[in-house]
Design a binder for this molecule. Structure first.
Ligand code: PGA
Length: 249
């Protein structure tokens, strides 16, 4: 992981408040995380507030459309104009609750990059898929939807977050070995197409990461940080997760 800068990203989902932005900004300012990138994905109404408070913030999704008559959707161009550098695409909740397909996610990925946002592509298998031995094929299909549409070079300005669906919000974290195995699989798959891209892309783990388990997860060779849900709503726990990434940087 030597050449890759670790990233710790907090996904607030539909949680948080103006007050939490202020507390988080203060807590992060007092933490010294010089060798890692720390990001927060708050709900849209809090994005400006987060950026003004000095937090590196991104959107939880973007539309695959350009500006137009799409009530309730969010334009990637506007997110970039606001000062965001990143967006999540294809979070499992977007896939399972809002029906986003691999093709939809690839289109969002493309739109994000068109406006110089770095997409964090979320991938991961369900419990049933894992039990059926389909983890690698599911993850590979999710990543290939992007590669087939845009080419492997599109991964240069992107991040991939492996988040097994069964570990999200359940308290059932993948073991460091389980997570490392899938991360290595992802890196090897990309390496088969382009070794340089595979060595430089940050691969984050997500799914019930907390301040107790982050250290061992981040110590794995192919895990370059984390996408943190629940624990990113607790500033002290989040900073302690950042510290474990910093120690493994
Ligand atoms: P969790 O969520 O940390 O609460 O499991 C992770 C995510 O959904 O990104």
């Amino acid at each position: 992981m030597a050449s890759r800068k670790p990233i710790v990203a907090g996904n607030w989902k539909m949680n948080g408040s103006v007050e939490l932005i202020t507390t988080m900004a203060e807590t992060l300012k007092n933490a010294s995380n010089n060798n890692i990138d720390v990001l927060i994905f708050p709900p849209f109404p809090l994005l400006s507030k987060a950026l003004e408070a000095g937090i590196v913030a991104g959107s939880q999704t973007v539309s695959h459309e350009n500006a137009g008559a799409f009530t309730g959707e969010v334009d990637a161009k506007l997110v970039a104009e606001l000062g965001c550098k990143y967006t999540l695409v294809g979070h499992s909740e977007r896939r399972s609750i809002y029906g986003e397909s691999n093709d939809d996610v690839a289109a969002k990925f493309e739109k994000a990059q068109q406006y110089n946002l770095i997409p964090i592509l979320c991938v991961g298998e369900s419990e049933e898929q894992r039990e059926q031995g389909l983890t690698e094929s599911v993850v590979s299909e999710q990543i290939n939807a992007v590669i087939n549409k845009l080419g492997v070079a599109a991964l240069v300005n992107s991040v991939i977050a492996y988040e097994p669906v069964w570990a999200i919000g359940t308290g059932k974290t993948a073991t460091p070995e389980q997570a490392q195995q899938v991360h290595k699989f992802i890196r090897d798959e990309i390496a088969a197409l382009d070794v340089v891209v595979s060595q430089n892309i940050a691969l984050l783990y997500g799914g019930s990461v907390n301040d107790q388990n982050s250290e061992l997860l981040f110590a794995q060779a192919d895990i370059d940080g984390g996408l943190i849900g629940g624990a990113s709503l607790k500033p002290d726990a989040f900073v302690s997760i950042c510290n474990s990434a910093q120690r493994n940087a």
